[in-house]
Design a protein around this ligand. Structure first.
Ligand SMILES: Cc1cc2nc3c(=O)[nH]c(=O)nc-3n(C[C@H](O)[C@H](O)[C@H](O)COP(=O)(O)OP(=O)(O)OC[C@H]3O[C@@H](n4cnc5c(N)ncnc54)[C@H](O)[C@@H]3O)c2cc1C
Length: 429
């Protein structure tokens, strides 16, 4: 790959300039270059694919094994917008593409797809080698500061991101792809520049919220349960109108809140509510989906088998000790006392707490720790069949900067790759 410094003068004319060398931008560049187009890829960080490298804790959960229909549905009502992109390049095409460029993939749990070897660097190396083989000119350390369209050509201005040299670069192209990502994890590149660049052409964004991050809660007791992971927890918003906002998965308590896969998914649902209310009540089921009736049955069965259970011991058949102790305290139960010897109202309270433990979400760490941005360039301003702007001919979007975000499990990377392919195909049609 030719990772050169930018020309100080207006350079040669490219068929395509791609802004942003993340999953979406690299895929768009490769797709167009494979069709014989001259492609310039501009990246403000010193290397391509910084976020891609960090994905999945370095393991890179590329996609999942859902059908195209179920995959799109996981993005909610707007998921249908992505069907042309997913149909153009779905999980099977993605696995075939990576196999072709030298990285086999696997899905050890039958759902999440990883590069075999579970190392994101292998994906990055393969993409870089493919870009080099295709003669894609990749210029890193150049932040795009302005884009214009004059006389049918796009003019792109950049500034060096190294502090010692603020030299500008100027590039010209027939088509332009914006692939600058969202606003989450800014140290990995995406800081929301793309929304301003798109605004030059009249594009607008839906409200932007940080998503997929740990949440802070008001209840101090969570700190006592820090060591424990609760498998298969179910979280719902405890506001009647928003009861449908929920998530399921593993939960981990922190010093001042909750994290883990279920919280990453749930945080997508709750950050819009947190901008309105300072505190959002939630309920968590930590007993693998048991409702009050099932819990009563479980307790009856345990007590019929042995009369020696203390209340704490009984709760320990369902929860880790630290959490069992907390629930005893919250319900004013005496832990050492037998369950049937607790007062009736205490027993009732305990069963209710076991079915749904209340917590109050009070905050989060904002975009700094957000793996995903909720919101982006409005879908109604983009043609779904081509990813082309409805406002400016020759301008295309792909990846996270578009107003679509999915849950944990390879959804967001597959969307980035699929929309990158569709934008690259359309820009080189
Ligand atoms: C820690 C972490 C782990 C994740 N794990 C997973 C996972 O396992 N599976 C999954 O599906 N999703 C995961 N995600 C989400 C996924 O990584 C993103 O949705 C996806 O990478 C977005 O790709 P993109 O190409 O649209 O944007 P990005 O990867 O953010 O790329 C945008 C690029 O544009 C560059 N750029 C921005 N502005 C400019 C400018 N003005 N000039 C030049 N360049 C610019 C940026 O530096 C960046 O390199 C994870 C996210 C994070 C933060």
């Amino acid at each position: 790959m030719k990772n050169r410094q930018a020309d100080r003068h207006r350079g040669r004319e490219y068929d395509l300039v791609v802004i942003g060398a993340g999953a979406a931008g690299m895929m768009a560049a490769i797709t167009a270059a494979r069709r014989g187009r001259s492609v310039l890829l501009l990246e403000k960080l010193s290397k391509t694919g910084a976020k891609l490298k960090a994905t999945g804790g370095g393991r890179c959960n590329l996609s999942n094994t859902l059908s195209n229909e179920a995959f799109a549905e996981a993005f909610g009502r707007d998921g249908r917008f992505m069907r042309p992109a997913i149909d153009a390049f779905d999980q099977h095409a993605l696995r075939a593409f990576f196999a072709e460029i030298g990285v086999e993939t696997d899905a050890p749990d039958g759902f999440r797809i990883f590069p075999a070897g579970h190392n994101s660097q292998t994906i990055l190396n393969a993409l870089s080698a493919e870009m080099e083989a295709l003669n894609i000119q990749s210029v890193c350390g150049q932040r795009v500061t302005d884009v214009q369209k004059n006389s049918g050509l796009f003019e792109v201005t950049t500034a060096q991101t190294h502090q010692h040299d603020k030299a500008e670069g100027h590039y010209v192209s027939k088509t332009l792809i914006l692939a600058t990502g969202g606003k989450g994890y800014p140290k990995l590149g995406a800081e929301g520049d793309g929304y301003d660049l798109a605004a030059v052409f009249g594009h607008t964004s839906s409200p932007l919220f940080p998503a997929m991050m740990p949440l802070k809660v008001a209840e101090a007791w969570v700190a006592e349960c820090r060591a424990d992971t609760i498998a298969n927890a179910h979280i719902v918003v405890d506001i009647k109108k928003y009861r449908k906002r929920q998530a399921r998965g593993d939960l981990i308590f922190t010093r001042d809140g909750i994290r883990g896969p279920v919280v990453l998914d749930f945080s997508r649902e709750i950050t819009p509510l947190l901008t309105r209310d300072k505190a959002v009540p939630i309920l968590i089921n930590m007993t693998k989906g048991m409702d009050e009736e099932m819990l009563r049955k479980h307790i009856r069965e345990r007590l019929s088998g042995s009369t020696h259970y203390t209340t704490l011991g009984l709760l320990e058949t369902l929860l880790p000790t630290s959490l069992a102790q907390v629930l005893c305290r919250l319900s004013h139960a005496v832990p050492e006392l037998g369950f049937s010897r607790q007062r009736g109202e205490v027993r009732e309270k305990l069963i209710k707490l076991l079915a749904w433990t209340p917590l109050t979400v009070t905050g989060h760490e904002g975009f700094d720790k957000a793996m995903i941005t909720r919101g982006g360039i409005k879908l109604r301003e983009i043609h779904d069949k081509t990813m082309e702007s409805k406002l400016t001919e020759g301008l295309y979007f792909c990846g996270e900067m578009v107003d679509l975000d999915g849950p944990c499990g390879g959804y967001n990377l597959q969307w980035a790759f699929s929309s990158g392919v569709l934008a690259g195909l359309s820009a080189s049609a």
